[in-house]
Design a protein around this ligand. Structure first.
Ligand SMILES: Cc1cc2nc3c(=O)[nH]c(=O)nc-3n(C[C@H](O)[C@H](O)[C@H](O)COP(=O)(O)O)c2cc1C
Ligand SMILES: CC(C)CC(=O)C(=O)O
Length: 351
């Protein structure tokens, strides 16, 4: 939802948007208070929301000079597919709240920026339409519902439309204490539907490891668990045979006072010991953040709020801008730290 009657196809001048924080400010000016608060807020007192950023900022880099960085290689292979750079679009709900073209604009922006887009179960656009608009690989984020047949159908529908990876969100047995959303009277407007998640609330009984086993019994695509913070859960994920995990605290939106993801990441990476890929999200805003996450054990990272703000600022173009800024900053950081490829980014780049 946007002030001033923003319409599809409106031209926006993004030339002054130099970083992701600039785009957040632009988005805040354009969005209604309700929509902005929905995206920007964290749970309860927002400790974890802040820690995600502060913990990344507190890590210092150790550059190496005079190494050959004339050719930078940012490619990463995940689940059998090569990505040109290790930054994905995290699943976020309700894109029509942010721009009239909703998820279609996100898919086009992802396409322009050669990025993987992980589509939320709470998409306001059907999966089939997003697949038609996409020119880059799509993944699907699953919230498992009480109705297991419904869940099975949607997984099979996503697979039929070519969604390549299934990210099962495991950190939302219930949603968190979202006081800022409550204060802003957050509700989904009546004319906005979530076709694959009928009803506006999560109607699920909490998932257990048995459900993960059940999902893997019929899923044809790799299954990832999104929302792992505890190294012991990471070990259980490997034992359960999943293809990968995403270290995430849901952008600080669920359980307040859990640690920053960059703090949890090294312990989880140590436990996993390269048996499966570890991805991470939470607070990634700069190319330096991406390098820090890779150094501490992530194969790739995802960004949530910045993409919502890019979308609210300028639709597909804004989404592409966010991803291009981050990709460029990643390359600059690699050149300045003397790391020519992702394989060269390890703990030795941390001070
Ligand atoms: C507006 C918004 C909606 C979100 N919706 C979902 C969702 O539907 N499913 C999900 O698994 N995670 C959801 N998330 C969490 C993100 O996937 C991701 O974990 C988080 O935003 C990453 O942190 P960052 O925003 O600091 O980049 C949402 C986050 C935001 C900000
Ligand atoms: C509808 C919500 C549960 C989607 C979500 O995951 C979020 O807002 O963080």
């Amino acid at each position: 939802m946007y002030k001033d009657g923003l319409k599809s196809g409106d031209q926006v001048d993004l030339s002054g948007m130099l970083n992701l924080f600039d785009l957040e400010k632009m988005a805040e000016r354009k969005m209604t208070t309700m929509a902005y608060e929905y995206v920007a807020s964290g749970a309860a007192d927002e400790w974890t929301l802040r820690w995600n950023r502060e913990a990344l900022d507190a890590i210092k880099l150790k550059p190496t000079v005079l190494s050959d960085v004339s050719q930078l290689d940012t490619r990463v292979t995940l689940f059998g597919h090569e990505l040109p750079y290790p930054i994905l679009i995290a699943p976020t709900a309700y894109h029509k709240l942010m721009h009239p073209e909703g998820e279609l604009a996100t898919a086009r922006g992802a396409g322009a920026a050669s990025a993987v887009y992980v589509v939320s179960s709470f998409t306001t656009t059907p999966l089939s339409d997003i697949a038609e608009a996409a020119t880059q690989p799509l993944w699907f984020q699953l919230y498992v519902r009480d109705d297991r047949e419904f869940t099975k159908d949607i997984v099979q529908e996503a697979e039929a439309h070519g969604y390549r990876v299934l990210c099962v969100t495991v950190d939302t047995a219930v949603t968190g204490v979202r006081n800022r959303q409550q204060r802003a009277n957050f509700t989904l407007p009546d004319d906005m539907q979530t076709p694959h998640m009928p009803g506006s609330l999560l109607e699920q009984k909490p998932l257990t490891w048995k459900d993960i086993e059940w999902l893997q019994s019929f899923a044809k695509t790799p299954v990832l668990l999104k929302g792992i913070l505890n190294p012991d859960d990471a070990e259980k994920a490997v034992q359960a045979g999943v293809s990968g995990i995403i270290v995430s605290n849901h952008g600080g939106r669920n359980l307040d006072t859990v640690p920053a993801t960059i703090e949890a990441l090294p312990r989880i990476a140590e436990k996993i010991d390269r048996r499966i890929p570890v991805l991470m999200d939470g607070g990634i805003r700069r190319g330096t953040d991406v390098v820090k996450a890779i150094a501490l054990g992530a194969s790739a990272v995802l960004v949530g709020k910045p993409v919502c703000f890019g979308l609210a600022s300028a639709g597909a173009e804004g989404v592409a801008k966010v991803m291009e800024i981050l990709r460029n900053e990643l390359e600059l950081t690699m050149a300045l730290t003397g790391r020519a490829s992702l394989a060269h980014i390890d703990r030795s780049v941390i001070w």
